[in-house]
Write a protein that binds this ligand. Structure first.
Ligand SMILES: [Cu+2]
Length: 588
């Protein structure tokens, strides 16, 4: 096959083994360079050898596109299996909690609420014990082609966790790979030990007890039901290598249902299993031997030309003539997508990121940056045709971001078909009732009068990489220390010219007040965990800091930007607000 002249040819490796060496070396070099620019130099983290242990299943012949022709819409879209607990009931615990190399969060034993030490969590001790292994595997992403991947339990997407609000679980996660991992539960409200701080690794051959309290943050001393999450996802967050590990497949869904949402399902307002379908979309580029292309020297943002939906390239999905709930997740590194149905039928939008909206809204299209989720309902009973496509209509030429501006994007209709829906049978009687306007989850706005501090964060390109307020990520420094129990105003300002930066803040939802001085579109007007910044966008958000002290991170979710240090630390502390403090805790 033809290969263009490139840095890769200068490196001159096209075998998997040679490429692994090349990529490891470049990852190591990348780290060294960045760290020396921060003035820190190399540290005891031993970055070069750690990077060298990252098994790069990568060869380098796909410079201009995936050189494997295949027919789209010939594979059925799989639904990831639901993760089953190893044991149910405290008396049946299969092992001693915390009795593993990296232990368990101290909250497991103390169980106090940080904002008021006299309060105890209302939740029970864990009733469910899970065990999961991160390991290499081979999957058929493109029909008839074997692709080496890395996934949770060796599958891509990983298994779907289904947990209950206020019911804690423990997930003992083993690392059977050769590189350090850190598993982040995106959109969750959990202790720092288990949140997936980039440096709280699971070392190769070791395990960490991820303690998901499934706490619902408090409002005036009682759990705020409006903060109970629905569609979360988990993915690797290991420092410097997240872009690569996520491209290899380290991501899965975590769906949580609290009593309120269960009530909506029981009253036949919202669709339930098997009409409640998670859909993970990620673009990838493949080499001619079926391996996944990845260039660790590309710090702009990885773009693929093949859309993988629940791990299959451009699949089909059979549906009945009834309402379905689809939980869309954009698990791409740098690809933004705007979803549309091929017959221009609007979606009934019911959530943004982790949280149900106060009421269902009509949405003609769904813009999702990397990491963002949106749950929608599609009513196939009103479709006469037997086929319909889910499309991406957003134009994006490179890792910088989509063409156009955040609220004035360049699109193309028809777009790229991602999933072909095959619609079968007659309309199903007794369908669920959700429609535009249906009341869903209450929303308690954070008030201006509650704000204790204002912080400004500028996101920009500098020194050949990515910075916030002219600093690179420093894993030992808390850039922002809000007071536990307080609310703050954060100004997120993109001063990076044409670059897009979707900013993800761990631990808590945030409430977008303004985008470029204007009220945000309704779908973003309530709770988010990822705030999209288009070219020169400035967003004003309100956030509360409840329950847990840190450290936690916030960062660009263009994973190449995140790895190249566009990440800051926040650490809620009892005597805040402060800035630039040492971490309040460290859990190696
Ligand atoms: Cu970015």
């Amino acid at each position: 096959m033809k290969k263009s002249i490139s840095r890769r040819q200068a490196i001159g490796s096209i075998s998997a083994a040679a490429a692994a060496t090349t990529i490891s070396a470049s990852l190591g070099a990348r780290r060294s360079r960045t760290r020396s620019r921060t003035g820190r130099g190399e540290t005891s983290l031993d970055s070069g050898t750690r990077s060298q242990r990252l098994q790069a299943e990568t060869v380098v012949d796909a410079r201009t596109g995936t050189p494997i022709p295949f027919e789209k819409f010939t594979q059925e879209m799989p639904i990831p299996p639901v993760k089953q607990p190893l044991a149910v009931g405290k008396q049946n615990a299969p092992w001693v909690v915390g009795d593993c190399f990296h232990g368990v969060a101290p909250e497991y034993y103390t169980r106090t609420v940080a904002e008021d030490p006299t309060l105890k969590y209302p939740e029970k001790y864990p009733e469910k014990y899970y065990e999961m292994r991160i390991r290499d595997a081979v999957g058929e992403v493109i029909p008839g082609v074997q692709t080496p991947c890395c996934g949770y339990d060796g599958i891509v997407p990983g298994p779907t966790f289904k947990s209950k609000g206020l019911e804690p679980i423990i997930v003992r996660t083993w690392n059977d790979t050769h590189f350090e991992c850190s598993m982040h539960l995106h959109g969750g409200h959990n202790p720092s030990h288990g949140d997936g701080y980039p440096n709280f690794y699971i070392l190769p051959g070791q395990a960490r007890d991820y303690y998901y309290t499934n706490t619902i943050p408090y409002h005036h001393g009682v759990p705020d039901v409006g903060e109970a999450p629905s569609t979360m996802w988990y993915h690797d967050h290991g420092m410097d290598v997240t872009a690569h590990t996520c491209v290899l497949g380290m991501a899965g869904f975590h769906i949580q249902i609290d009593d309120f949402e269960q009530g909506l399902i029981d009253r036949n307002v919202l669709p339930s299993d098997p009409y409640d379908i998670p859909i993970m979309i990620a673009d990838k580029r493949f080499n001619s031997d079926g391996t996944i292309f990845f260039d660790p020297l590309d710090h702009n943002g990885y773009l693929g030309d093949v859309y993988c939906v629940n791990g299959k390239a451009h699949p089909y999905f059979r549906v009945q003539r009834r309402k379905y709930r689809f939980r869309f997740l954009n698990a791409s590194n740098a690809r933004h997508i705007e979803l549309r149905l091929s017959d221009a039928r609007p979606f009934v939008g019911i959530s943004n990121d982790s949280w149900l909206l106060p009421h269902a809204i009509e949405r003609d299209s769904i813009l999702l940056s990397p990491a963002k989720r949106a749950d929608v309902v599609i009513d196939f009973s009103k479709v006469d045709a037997n086929e319909m496509y889910l499309e991406n209509i957003l134009l994006q030429g490179d890792g910088r971001g989509p063409d156009g501006k955040l609220l004035d994007r360049d699109t193309q209709i028809p777009g790229v078909g991602l999933v072909k829906f095959i619609i079968e049978g007659d309309p199903v009687p007794g369908d669920c009732s959700v429609d535009v306007g249906t009341e869903l989850r209450e929303h308690i706005p954070i008030l201006e009068s509650e704000i204790e501090a204002t912080r400004v964060f500028e996101f920009h390109r500098r020194k050949g990489a990515w910075q916030i307020n002219q600093e690179f990520y420093d894993e030992f420094k808390s850039n922002a220390c809000p007071r536990v129990g307080s609310a703050e105003r954060w100004i997120l300002r993109n001063t990076a010219g044409g670059w897009w930066h979707p900013i993800h803040i761990h631990l808590e939802s945030h409430q977008i007040q303004k985008i470029d001085g204007q009220a945000p579109p309704e779908e973003w007007a309530y709770k988010s965990d990822t705030c999209m910044l288009g070219p020169n966008t400035e967003a004003e958000i309100f956030m509360k800091f409840r329950t847990f002290t840190g450290p936690f991170v916030f960062h660009c979710h263009n994973l190449e930007h995140e790895d190249m240090r566009m990440m800051f630390v926040f650490d809620p502390i009892k005597d805040g607000p402060k800035s630039n403090q040492p971490l309040s805790a460290y859990y190696p």
